[in-house]
Design a protein around this ligand. Sequence first.
Ligand code: ADP
Ligand code: MG
Length: 246
Amino acid sequence: MLEVKAVSKFFDDFAALSGANLTVPDGSIVAVIGPNGAGKTTLFNLITGQLKPDRGQIVFSGEEIQHLPPHTICHRGIARSFQIANVFPRLTVFENVQVSVLSHQGQSNRLFRPASSLLVRETTEILESVGLGRQGRRLAGTLSHGDQRTLEIAIALGSQPRLLILDEPTAGMSPEETAATLELIKRLARSRGLTILFCEHDMDIVFAIAQSIMVMQHGRTILQAPPDEVRQNRQVQEAYLGGVDA
Ligand code: ADP
Ligand code: MG
């Protein structure tokens, strides 16, 4: 579904990414791991068009997308959540998701129907699918941190993505919220047929749900392999001995 080929990104002289590679098969859950500063968020920003690569290609569904603006990439089926929760705190939970559904539909059929029952149904269905069905009328800013991050996933689902990218989805969560988020990710992959790409510091989470793990260090891909192979890889063990912040 997604192929990142030898992508490099410089900030002035600094190579945040140098020749990173990543393969995300259709229907899979893929994790990116690596110490702080390895380039995980930069990689996601390149995939979603927030940044443009200096070298390399990003191929989604058989087409190069690295030159496209973020809204076009979103419209083609890639949505993301951010490392820092990114909701509209003064809108209700329902409105946060509704805005997302609306902006996607506004683009796709050009028929602006803000009060359409379809919109309400879709928004309700998304909120229920992430477990926020009963929180719709609350102001987003009053939700717990964990629920705000879940809301962010719901907002991402509003654009009906095929590939969902999550940047440290459990950062700052309690153990209970973390467990619930894990279940949510697995459930979304299954029930919506979503392909999921995420990065995460907690290795227990990564090894619990990822079918393939890409290991990064200093902007490079060390390897991408199934969990067992990654666990046994000497280079990975050495890279992580030097100072894991996980
Ligand atoms: P990670 O998400 O793996 O922690 P990042 O992708 O955020 O890593 O950052 C990779 C490196 O690129 C870091 O050294 C970071 O300081 C640098 N970097 C990221 N974004 C910028 C930017 N906009 N300008 C300059 N340097 C940046
Ligand atoms: Mg990051």
